[in-house]
Design a protein around this ligand. Sequence first.
Ligand code: FES
Length: 152
Amino acid sequence: MYEEIFEKYTPEKENLIYILHEIQDAHPQHYISEEAVAKVAEYLRIGLSHIYGVLTFYTMFSTKPRGKNIIRLCESPPCFLKGSENILRQLRDLLQVKTGETTADGIFTLELCACLGVCGNAPVMMINEDVYGDLTEEKVENIINSYKGGEK
Ligand code: FES
């Protein structure tokens, strides 16, 4: 997998984020392993600490295995004012996880994120690449069930 990704990019430090994105997307558990970091460091000839610095700076990267579906609930002020905290409580209850954790069956990981750029539809969450707005408790339950049932 690494070779296929590296082939698309010249070994320059500027390509680090693109390469990390591709590696994370290609992994079935949506994360960047220690092995991946070592391979990237070797390819780009940069230090491991530089890569880990980037991985911890950007919240979209994970160094821990994650679930099949990544839920990212917006916690920025417009969503907060429209009740994102209640949605978070509901998601934690429904999935039986804390923020940042993955469900026991590996289907969901629950994360928080900053503004998704659709504040007019607050509160908002993303699941993988799909955005869901104007969330209500009923809507959230239906969305989660649609992923559980394998419709997605
Ligand atoms: S504040 Fe939540 S989408 Fe902008």
